[in-house]
Ligand binder design. Structure first.
Ligand SMILES: Cc1cc2nc3c(=O)[nH]c(=O)nc-3n(C[C@H](O)[C@H](O)[C@H](O)COP(=O)(O)OP(=O)(O)OC[C@H]3O[C@@H](n4cnc5c(N)ncnc54)[C@H](O)[C@@H]3O)c2cc1C
Length: 381
């Protein structure tokens, strides 16, 4: 008999897992999404390291139109306005598996288009889950009831489904920073190398610029802001002066505040997850563990976890939840440690520590053992 699998949340993790599972005719899958359609907003960029591109290529990502994705060559490090050093990103590439930057909408569209039709049900949220022996009876907001063998929860960083299943309000932590994002014309800007990723480290802030298509660079700025001051960001004049006094001091003309494309949001990361209470329930992507953005691994980890889950579901192992949970936790903790360290190192304020960071960074980047251990263990799993 076919195993029935319900996936809650049609984001990067949920869509990727559905793509992997649909290849196995022993499964009957259905994807349930809260929104009335997939969000394909233009603009948002995403970086995919080789660890996730390897998996995506198994479902045809290498056939995507070359104009819709980009393979940056280097990561350029700037301390305020001065370039300090660069990291060769191609050292992590393997044949067709290359470090990739693209628009988030392109990735979502690709994952959706590869799915068999009618696998996604929209306007759906879970209301109740009952364990009946080895099966799960799931009830939706519209009172539709379904009985499944496995329930995969992939509804993002604020996962309401996880709170419902664990009978407590699970809230992520505020990182202490806001993210600001916009696109700029690649050829009209004078600051960044348009073939590379640029990382500008400032005081209490950093900026990342990378190409997403032949014309545009995606810019993300992360700047520290106290939680109690978040309300002030509703005023556009406050945002302008906040950014002009922080990361934009050295890049005065880079942003056009009047551009509709300008978006901002507070950043959250997860508390340490726990093994699900119910049997045959799995948390995926940000619903399992949302990372600070300073390793650019959020989407890549959702994709990587989809593959881990796919392999475990197909195996004969008896304690599938435990094995998935323990492996995922170990990997997530390694990445979260690095993300937190980067967050600290990117935002140094004291001139002495900045000077020291430059010396260390220049040496570390050219040290193969260090790079293999710090980045290779993440990018080349
Ligand atoms: C500033 C910033 C920059 C980032 N940059 C990068 C980067 O460069 N590279 C990278 O790899 N990652 C990056 N990330 C992280 C990345 O975007 C996320 O980690 C990734 O999207 C997580 O995928 P997911 O599938 O777990 O969740 P999501 O993509 O958030 O998808 C969750 C889905 O579930 C749906 N949903 C929500 N609630 C419910 C519900 N109750 N019922 C049903 N459906 C529901 C949502 O509508 C959504 O479709 C960044 C994050 C931030 C904040």
């Amino acid at each position: 008999m076919k195993k029935k699998i319900a996936i809650i949340g049609a984001g990067i993790g949920g869509l990727c897992l559905a793509n992997l599972l649909q290849k196995n005719s022993n499964y009957e899958i259905m994807l349930y999404e809260k929104e009335e359609a997939l969000r394909l907003d233009e603009g948002y960029g995403i970086q995919l390291a080789v660890n996730s591109v390897t998996i995506l290529n198994k479902i045809g990502f290498n056939d995507l139109n070359k104009n819709e994705k980009f393979n940056p060559i280097k990561l350029d490090f700037y301390s305020n306005k001065n370039k300090i050093t660069d990291l060769d990103l191609t050292q992590f590439n393997f044949n067709e598996d290359k470090y990739t930057t693209l628009k988030r909408s392109v990735l979502i569209r690709f994952l959706k288009d590869k799915l068999f039709s009618n696998l996604i049900r929209f306007n759906k949220t879970l209301k109740k889950v009952d364990q009946i022996d080895q099966k799960l009876r799931i009830t939706f907001n519209d009172d539709q009831v379904n009985e499944v063998d496995y329930l995969i929860v992939a509804d993002g960083v604020f996962s309401k489904t996880r709170s419902m299943l664990e009978n407590k309000n699970i809230k992520p932590n505020y990182l202490g920073s806001m993210a600001f994002r916009f696109l700029i014309d690649k050829n009209r800007q004078k600051y960044f190398d348009k073939n590379n990723i640029s990382l500008v480290m400032g005081s209490d802030c950093h900026l990342v610029a990378y190409p997403v298509d032949p014309n545009n660079l995606n810019i993300v700025m992360i700047a520290r802001a106290k939680e109690k001051s978040l309300q002030k960001f509703q005023e556009s004049s406050y945002i302008k002066s906040f950014l002009n006094n922080s990361i934009l001091k050295d890049y005065p003309e880079v942003i056009n505040f009047e551009n509709n494309d300008f978006k901002f949001w507070p950043i959250y990361f997860s508390k340490k997850p726990q093994l699900p209470i119910l049997k045959n329930v799995f948390y995926l992507g940000d619903a399992f563990y949302a990372f600070p953005p300073t390793m650019a691994q959020g989407a890549s980890q959702s994709i990587e976890a989809s593959m881990e889950l796919f392999e475990i579901l197909q195996s004969n192992k008896s304690e599938k939840e435990k094995e998935y949970f323990e492996n995922r936790l170990k990997r997530s903790e390694m990445i979260i440690k690095r993300s937190k360290f980067n967050y600290f190192a990117f935002h140094l304020k004291s001139n002495f520590f900045i000077w020291f960071r430059e010396i260390i960074l220049k040496r570390a980047i050219k040290n193969k053992n260090f790079i293999d251990s710090y980045l290779g263990r993440v990018f080349n799993k």
